[in-house]
Write a protein that binds this ligand. Structure first.
Ligand code: LER
Ligand code: MN
Length: 271
């Protein structure tokens, strides 16, 4: 089982990222110091200069970037696939395409979480869903050209009303039918949305290509009351061998989260 840790810069208190100082390079080095050779980067945007600097440090420190998160472009700038404003929607597509290009250099996958947007008015559900699907088709085209996997992450109902449950995510990716569109499951969201987490994971089978682990209070796995033993069984049953990303709040502090999460996951999967 491969494990990675979330890194971002300048995020709000309740954004679930562990390493979050002002200096990304410092966070990458901290990840290494705490025992991680892989990180998940959650970026609002990326410019050439930053890409080149990050590439140099990633190579020097022998770090792999498992996935790129795109949610900050939505949280900080309001970019989304469902925005009725053509300019904003096209900017969202453009931003994701840029991340796909970066991901192709780093061998990463790209998460499509909150940036996919939501249905703003229920009486216009079809309109919003068409905007989302059309945007997905555009970014998928880029993903296929670059051989980069896009990950649809079901999010709980308090964050979106479009794809909350694992089965909704499955139906969505099956309809778009691309070998570069897969599912990404997050234990925090599943704990809110699923009747039975183990069964939900087992139904998603080999479509799952990434996991986020956090406990029910969005603190580090093992610190709350989610049944990770059951989740482990499901993960083994579906033959999952991709990354588990530690995506949680840095409580009580990032170092404790990083170290306790590693200890917990090693104990879980070695027992
Ligand atoms: C948001 O709740 C989440 O789970 C993140 O993966 C989004 O970037
Ligand atoms: Mn997540």
């Amino acid at each position: 089982m491969r494990i990675s840790i979330t890194v971002a810069k300048d995020v709000s208190e309740n954004f679930p990222v562990v390493l979050r100082g002002k200096d990304l390079l410092e966070s990458l080095r901290k990840a290494k110091e705490y025992g991680y050779s892989s990180v998940e980067l959650h970026l609002e945007d990326i410019e050439l200069k930053e890409f080149l600097t990050l590439t140099r440090v990633i190579e020097q420190e022998d770090i792999h970037v498992s996935v790129l998160g795109t949610g900050l472009a939505y949280v900080k700038e309001g970019l989304s696939f469902s925005n009725k404003d053509d300019f904003i929607r096209k900017e969202a597509v453009k931003r994701v395409k840029k991340f796909i290009e970066v991901a192709s250099f780093w061998g990463s996958k790209v998460i499509i979480g909150s940036i996919r947007g939501r249905v703003r008015q229920l009486n216009e559900k079809e309109v919003y869903i068409k905007l989302i699907i059309d945007s997905f088709k555009e970014v998928l085209d880029e993903a296929e050209k670059n051989r980069v996997t896009l990950l649809v992450e079901p999010l709980n109902r308090y964050e979106t009303n479009f794809i909350n449950k694992v089965e909704e995510g499955l139906e969505f990716i099956k309809n778009l039918s691309s070998e570069y569109l897969k599912l990404h499951l997050d234990t925090f969201h599943m704990n809110i949305e699923e009747d039975n987490i183990k069964e939900a994971i087992e139904k998603a089978k080999s479509f799952v290509k990434h996991f986020h682990f956090a406990d029910n209070q969005r603190k580090y796995p093992g610190s709350g009351h989610i049944n990770f033993e059951e989740i482990k069984e499901a993960i083994i049953n579906i033959g999952y061998s991709e990354y588990i990303g530690i995506e949680c709040l840095p409580l009580p502090n990032a170092e404790t989260v990083a170290k306790e999460s590693l200890k917990f996951l090693r104990g879980l999967f070695l027992s």
